[in-house]
Design a protein around this ligand. Sequence first.
Ligand SMILES: [Zn+2]
Length: 110
Amino acid sequence: MDVAPDAIATAVIDHEPPLAEATIPTTVQPGGGLCFGLEAAWGRARRAWLHRVRPGYVRRMTAIRQGQCDGCTHDIVDSRDLKLVRNVCGYWFRPEDDRFRWRDRLRIAR
Ligand SMILES: [Zn+2]
């Protein structure tokens, strides 16, 4: 596409809603929704159970967790917890540390 440079400089791009009102997404599905809410609630309950009943697993997974997420507000215990926040969280797990990797073979979102 050839566009004259002065046309680029003077072009006004209208966005609806205006970019000034844009927000930074905090999850993979900023609009939320019933199923998203249910899955998030299940994740909170599962992590609470893991912290209470399987603290050794939580410590082990925290030790092998990769990446960095400054000021992380996500409770990432294992790879399942990244599903809803993987676009905003800097943590990740190596494939060999992801015991839920088999779920990639299922034809559902992971
Ligand atoms: Zn994070």
